[in-house]
Design a binder for this molecule. Structure first.
Ligand SMILES: C[S@@+](CC[C@H](N)C(=O)[O-])C[C@H]1O[C@@H](n2cnc3c(N)ncnc32)[C@H](O)[C@@H]1O
Length: 298
């Protein structure tokens, strides 16, 4: 895998909102296969990138891909939520990018269990040092807790019915693979293809993935902490892929931009989120649900 299979989303807008021509440090909180970082390093010979990813396999591939720029690059296998606590010279930061969700490399690796399109174990861990997997959610959670995950993180209409069916089937046999789970979803949701609508399994898989990786936990406090640590004129960009994440980003930005009792910390640069053009969606299906919000530290 060369890493060239993953197309970075909203690339032109990301470079523009980062104002990437400025000399200094750019933090890529979710490096993935390094698509955005590669372009930052190619565009600006005076840019330094500090990249983080919680997935060690992605990090190894990104390191290989970004090798020609090794002298302007530092990479860390870490959860981005620790960044505000690290010993970094925050005064040099010009831009921070968070591209949430998964890379196509992760989605297309059957052994990671992220996609119902491939058969694989119910894993879904971004950080393989953890031992909490999707299988534990599916086979150990109580029925009400499962229903809550499907409802809260997947906004699934049939959350209760699906939870009930999973609990009843797992009494007979453990549900261990993505295709076994997919079959239960098919039986409960009885979905027929409709234009513009995705299979309910995508919501269910999203919900389990969010739960396994605790993806929404501390997102808002992380944004606030990293913004407050950043110097004036630093740009912060967040790309999200579902409404739950986007809502957190929007509300956090608004809270930091409109403060009644003390001065605002940021200026919001995107009144409405930036979305992909039809042309980009045709060439990169993953871009269809991407939303970019950007702000500047003031
Ligand atoms: C959408 S991909 C990033 C793609 C990247 N911008 C590119 O152009 O190649 C998201 C990446 O974020 C990583 N990730 C998810 N949660 C993370 C976390 N809490 N801390 C660090 N990385 C995380 C995933 O492992 C994945 O590689």
């Amino acid at each position: 895998m060369s890493g060239n299979g993953h197309i970075p989303v909203l690339l032109k807008d990301v470079l523009e909102f980062l104002d990437v021509h400025r000399e200094g440090v750019y933090i890529d909180c979710t490096l993935g296969l390094g698509g955005h970082s590669l372009k930052i390093l190619q565009t600006n010979p005076k840019a330094h990138v500090i990249g983080f990813d919680i997935d060690e396999k992605s990090l190894i591939l990104a390191k290989e891909r970004l090798q020609p720029f090794a002298d302007r690059l530092s990479l860390y296998h870490s959860d981005y939520r620790y960044i505000p606590d690290l010993n970094i010279d925050f005064s040099e930061i010009k831009g921070i990018l968070i591209d949430l969700g998964m890379s196509s490399f992760q989605l297309d690796s059957p052994e990671r269990g992220f996609s119902y399109l491939h058969d694989g174990p119910l894993d879904m861990r971004m950080d393989q040092r953890n031992n909490f997997t999707a299988s534990k959610v599916i086979n150990k959670y109580s029925e009400p807790k499962l229903a809550q995950v499907f409802r809260d993180y997947g906004e699934l209409r049939q959350a209760k019915r699906l939870a009930h069916e999973i609990v009843s089937r797992r009494k007979r046999d453990k549900i261990e693979t993505t295709h076994q789970l997919f079959q239960v979803i098919e039986d409960v949701c009885r979905w027929r293809p409709q234009k513009g609508k995705s299979h309910p399994a995508s919501r269910v898989f999203q919900a389990i993935r969010i739960e396994v990786n605790q993806e929404l936990k501390n997102l808002s406090s992380f944004l606030e902490r990293i913004i407050l640590k950043s110097p004036k004129i630093a740009r912060i960009l967040v790309i999200s892929f579902h409404s739950l994440e986007d809502r957190i980003v929007k509300q956090t930005f608004v809270r930091l931009a409109v403060q009644n009792d003390h001065p605002a910390s940021i200026r919001i640069l995107t009144k409405k989120p930036i979305t992909a053009s039809e042309e980009e969606i045709v060439s990169n299906f993953r871009a269809r649900s991407a939303k970019l919000r950007a702000a500047e530290r003031i």
